[in-house]
Design a protein around this ligand. Structure first.
Ligand code: MRU
Length: 337
């Protein structure tokens, strides 16, 4: 896997020979983003079977360590459970299930791009898209084209993107480091924002769409996503700009009734008190560092998945809208993935 902590300076590929290395890579965000950690978790189960065989306490301990490496994104636990259910069938079967999960996420990202770009056209009409986004929701976070960034990429390929406006996304700068890297590679026009500028720029009409990913979507449509997402949703409401969440079906968790039931990961103070290894606060400063927040469904215009568009602004939720078809328009062109 690509070590995302080293981007954009260096493109380093990590070897993951054992379970502690994988768990550490997930915890320090070398691999991150809900669908990507789901896929990493699935291959982690295959690695555990390869190392420990398909039964016994070492295997159980390894699977449990991978499953709980990060709590908020439902994809990790879901995909670990899905592959773990194949363990008794042997390594080949577990590996085949992990491959299936990877391929499903790849197809999902193409489909989300199509659904999302069509919805954007419907919401903004003839105007070109000026799309604000948060964190990193591209291929790095989701195997291939990603989620919210897949919509931006599809709009760009359709000639409908005027400007992408990623926020830096403190404290770990996934927007500044990773989204700029991906937008640069796709040749899309973009300008980077400090997080604090986003609400004001929205109120000034600089963006006509806000696109965010999700780590877990509760049954009622509340969304957990990178810290700062709720602020963007509030500001979008104030400015009258559509706020769209883009996530694969695998991120919907019908077993979690509302956002209040989602476990929000708290991370270390040092992520806030330092920047790139340099102290930026009074030595000894403590910090509050929730990695995610909850955006209530009431503040969400639409949730776009790979199989449907759910409109919380019309009273819809994941429980009330049936799944539709996967859209694969671009799958025949691997250059686009
Ligand atoms: O802490 P991170 O970087 O793993 O958080 C990631 C996000 O919040 C993304 O927006 C989310 O996983 C959707 S990614 C396709």
């Amino acid at each position: 896997m690509i070590d995302q902590t080293r981007l954009p300076q260096e493109l380093v590929v990590l070897d993951i020979p054992d379970i502690p290395t994988l768990v550490a890579a997930i915890r320090r965000l070398s691999v991150r983003g809900a669908p990507a950690i789901g896929v990493a978790g699935a291959y982690g189960v295959a690695l555990a079977v390869h190392l420990y065989g398909n039964t016994g306490p070492k295997l159980a301990e390894a699977i449990s360590a991978v499953r709980s490496a990060r709590p908020t994104a439902v994809n990790l636990a879901k995909m670990v459970d899905r592959t773990a259910a194949r363990v008794s069938a042997g390594l080949e079967e577990v590996l085949a299930e992990a491959d299936r999960i990877r391929d499903e996420e790849l197809a999902a990202s193409i489909s989300m791009g199509e659904y999302g770009a069509d919805l954007a056209d419907e919401l903004i009409g003839e105007a070109a898209a000026r799309a604000m986004t948060i964190c990193n929701t591209g291929g790095l976070a989701a195997v291939s084209r990603g989620t919210a960034l897949a919509v931006i990429q599809t709009l760009h390929e359709r000639g409908r993107l005027e400007m992408a406006l990623p926020t830096e996304t403190r404290p770990l700068l996934q927007g500044g480091r990773l989204t700029t890297w991906e937008l640069g590679r796709m040749g899309a026009p973009f300008r980077l924002l400090v997080d604090g500028a986003a609400p004001f720029l929205l109120s000034r009409g600089e963006a006509n769409l806000v696109l965010a990913g999700a780590d877990r979507i509760a049954a009622n449509g509340d969304v957990a996503n990178k810290i700062g997402t709720f602020s963007l949703a509030l500001a979008s409401r104030h400015a009258g700009v559509p706020f769209i969440v883009v996530a694969p079906e695998s991120t919907i968790d019908l077993e979690t009734p509302t956002g209040a039931d989602i476990d929000i990961e708290d991370r270390g103070a040092e992520e806030v008190t330092s920047l790139g290894g340099m102290e930026v606060a009074l030595p000894g400063t403590d910090a509050l560092n929730p990695a995610f927040d909850i955006t209530p469904a009431d503040f969400i215009t639409a949730i776009v998945t790979d199989r449907r568009i759910i409109r919380p602004d019309r009273g819809e939720s994941p429980q009330t809208v049936p799944r539709g078809e996967l859209r694969t328009n671009q799958s025949d062109n691997p250059e686009n993935v």
